[in-house]
Ligand binder design. Structure first.
Ligand SMILES: Cc1cc2nc3c(=O)[nH]c(=O)nc-3n(C[C@H](O)[C@H](O)[C@H](O)COP(=O)(O)OP(=O)(O)OC[C@H]3O[C@@H](n4cnc5c(N)ncnc54)[C@H](O)[C@@H]3O)c2cc1C
Length: 444
């Protein structure tokens, strides 16, 4: 028979009452908690609970405390350490090491006086302003959901969990900070030659220029090690984007013998067991693969019930938030930030799903929340975006893309995109400076 904590307490109390044994005042160690326990004591002031400690969540926690040190800020995250996906393509080919990408949640939480709790968020009871985690429930005044993304394997495999699990285990996308990255690195570093096929997700997906960067850096590795490997990029889009010119030049001038780019290759069938892919641009067999299923908002966004609906009432797969204030129209105390955010403008639809944007969203929302608490007027603010992509390692060269956002006279958000196609070493320096700046902004 299994006892839960409450039954154990009740049984202990009953036995104690009869004098059979002395009831221990606390039968479980203090930090071991059940889902039905309160996670933390009730807050004395306003409490902001942040679900997901990725680029968005970890930035929000720090900046809320910077803006208002009296706030009770709690960050809930399933991973024990922060692993930065930006720069991870460079780590795959040993330009940087794992330490360069990993950061301590506990240190920054101590420094800024917020609470970091490593736990799985399991449910949301927004009517009660409550989040349920594997270690207990917690009430909030304001909720920030920084859910990141999930892989929509259902689009490929329906309810065939075996196929999804096999794909994830054997041919991981490594677009979510997990052990997948280590498996992918092992696969690339041990690759002896043959056909390596990469499927790109359809838009919108996390960091649109990064799959091409990954292809370039793997091609660079094969070239240096004289591995007879061919990388086939299956892209559902009609052409490379963003930074199409810069990548096209890199593919043609640097990796003619290594990279085959196939546009308009929409996935029709994936058979991971027999290593076959059927697309609208033909059928492909592979020796090894990086199988990137379509992306959607991460699991927490679904559990929180924040996924938007399109004009026909169908779920969009992304959070339906106010484009300026990033909160829900019917629940203004719930905010969504980062990659999980859905359409923000009919002109370009989605912000690029980038750490830079998630970090900017976090600071914007931190300001909205603290202004609301202080009774100040809210001034709508928009993010910007900036991505550098390394295409060559000896010497190191990169290309880049910048985005600016503004509001037109119809009240719609407009996106200006500037592709920097000329590969050069100075952009590598700027990339490392960009990363150091963001790390400082989140953890410094
Ligand atoms: C290869 C690659 C290269 C990239 N390069 C760049 C770049 O150069 N520049 C750039 O700006 N961006 C880049 N990105 C994109 C960037 O990593 C993402 O846009 C960013 O991580 C989004 O932040 P987020 O907070 O929305 O989501 P995430 O950072 O994914 O955070 C979500 C968090 O929620 C946690 N979580 C999820 N579910 C639960 C749950 N149930 N309970 C508890 N915790 C949970 C996750 O563990 C995760 O930590 C790159 C991404 C990849 C994969």
């Amino acid at each position: 028979m299994n006892f839960n904590r409450r039954q154990f307490l009740a049984a202990g109390a009953a036995l104690g009452a009869t004098g059979a044994i002395a009831a221990p005042s606390s039968p479980l160690p203090f930090l071991i908690q059940m889902q039905s326990d309160p996670l933390l004591p009730k807050a004395t002031g306003k409490r902001v609970v942040i679900c997901g400690g990725g680029w968005g969540g970890v930035s929000a926690a720090k900046h809320l405390k910077v803006l208002d040190p009296s706030l009770d800020v709690v960050l809930l995250e399933r991973n024990p350490v922060f692993f930065a996906c930006p720069m991870s393509n460079k780590w795959l080919v040993d330009v940087v090491d794992a330490q360069f990408l990993t950061f301590s949640y506990l240190d920054v939480a101590q420094k800024y006086g917020y609470q970091f709790i490593q736990t799985e968020v399991t449910a949301f009871e927004r009517d009660k302003k409550r989040v349920v985690t594997a270690q207990g429930w917690i009430d909030y005044d304001y909720l920030i959901v920084g859910a990141g993304i999930r892989y929509n394997y259902e689009a490929w495999f329906g309810n065939d969990r075996k196929a999804a699990d096999y794909t994830k285990a054997m041919f991981p996308a490594a677009y979510i900070p997990t052990a997948e990255h280590f498996k992918l690195k092992q696969g690339i570093q041990n690759f002896q030659g043959g056909d390596l096929v990469m499927t790109l997700p359809p838009p919108p997906h996390r960091c649109p220029p990064s799959p091409y960067e990954r292809a370039c850096l793997i091609a660079d590795l094969f070239k240096q090690r004289k591995i007879k490997g061919k990388i086939t990029i299956l892209d559902p889009k009609p052409s490379i984007m963003p930074i199409g010119g810069g990548y096209k030049d890199a593919f043609e001038e640097l990796y003619k013998d290594q990279i085959v780019y196939v546009p308009k290759a929409q996935i029709q069938e994936v058979d991971p067991f027999n290593k076959r892919i059927k697309t609208t641009a033909g059928d492909f067999k592979f020796d090894h693969s990086i199988l990137m299923a379509p992306h959607q908002a991460g699991d927490m966004a679904w559990k929180a019930g924040v996924i938007g609906r399109d004009a026909e009432g169908k779920l969009t797969g992304w959070a339906g938030v106010d484009p300026f204030f990033l909160n829900l129209k019917d629940d203004p105390d719930t905010y969504v930030i980062g990659d999980a955010v859905g359409v923000v403008s009919p002109l370009f639809k989605y912000y690029p799903k980038a750490g830079h944007v998630a970090n900017a969203h976090a600071k914007i929302v931190a300001k909205y929340i603290t202004d609301r608490i202080k009774g100040r007027e809210l001034k709508p603010a928009l993010p910007d975006n900036l991505c550098f992509m390394m295409v060559k390692t000896q010497p190191q060269e990169a290309i880049a893309v910048r985005f600016k956002y503004w509001v037109n006279d119809k009240g719609l958000i407009v996106q200006d995109q500037d592709d920097d196609n000329l590969r050069r070493p100075e952009l590598v320096t700027e990339d490392f400076q960009w990363f150091a700046g963001k790390v400082e902004d989140m953890f410094g």
